[in-house]
Design a protein around this ligand. Structure first.
Ligand code: F6R
Length: 248
């Protein structure tokens, strides 16, 4: 794992965007799965500026939704697809035929999950996975315990995630109880994983991710076994041990 330490969130967003630009410039038809949540929004805004300035060509990019809440419609403010549409698809000009959804209003969830995994397999796996880090180590909504080969599926949110996600929607009661998430399997098979971590509240889970035992109880710890992970963390998120061994 390569760990890059930024002074603050702005620098983290700029440097992560730079890595994204390099990856997509090398392979313009990259298949990329994108997280929502607060952390990647700064990076997405930087990328929007580059795209609007004609410095990044997204005309061949294929995007995948990482996760969503089950049982919400697209126009529900809590829809993670809606969030992705507003913050990425529209500003980047990505048409719906280059976006693979994880439909939050699905009734046959087994079917849509297997179709998603099949779509990822058909294109030969993700080139790049842009992920945030849940306070319990979830990647997407792969709540602990999550096996490294867990498929795309429906997951019940843990009390920790319900509490943490209450900040987006006002109260815990507003947080849907179940989610649909790209599985650990397809995420860990991505050729390159970019993990963004910001703020003091992520320090302990970043420590476990980097230095703890590899365990299903901390899904992000499986990143230790992946050959190509780049972590951008800001100083506030940096555990003491990482300060000694960091790359930059
Ligand atoms: C969201 C997602 C989640 C978040 C994680 C961190 O699509 O997949 O795993 O990345 O909960 O959220 P923030 O960035 O808001 O701290």
């Amino acid at each position: 794992m390569h760990l890059y330490v930024a002074n603050d969130y702005q620098e983290l967003s700029r440097r992560a965007a730079q890595l994204f630009i390099e990856a997509v410039s090398r392979k313009p038809d990259s298949a990329v799965v994108l997280a929502t949540g607060d952390t990647p929004m700064g990076m997405y805004r930087v990328l929007t500026e580059h795209i609007r300035a004609g410095k990044l060509d997204t005309s061949q990019l294929l995007l995948f939704q990482l996760d969503g809440y089950l049982g919400v419609s697209l126009d529900d403010p809590r829809s993670l697809e809606g969030w992705l549409v507003r913050s990425v698809l529209k500003p980047w000009g990505i048409p719906s035929d280059r976006f693979v959804r994880l439909p939050e209003d699905a009734t046959d969830t087994d079917l849509v999950c297997s179709q998603y995994d099949e779509a990822v397999r058909r294109i030969g796996g993700f080139d790049l996975a842009v992920l945030g880090l849940g306070p319990n180590g979830h990647l997407g909504f792969n709540e602990p315990p999550a096996a490294a080969d867990a498929p795309t599926r429906v997951v019940s949110l843990t009390p920790e995630s319900l509490k943490s996600n209450a900040r987006y929607w006002g109260s815990q009661e507003q947080v849907p109880r179940r989610s649909i998430t790209a599985g650990m399997d397809v995420l860990l098979q991505a050729r390159h994983i970019l993990l963004l971590v910001s703020g003091e509240r992520k320090r302990e889970i970043l420590r476990k991710t980097l230095f703890g035992p590899v365990t299903e109880q901390v899904p992000s710890s499986f990143l230790q076994l992946h050959p190509n992970v780049t972590i951008f963390a800001d100083r506030a998120a940096l555990p003491d041990e990482a300060a000694l061994s960091r790359s930059s």
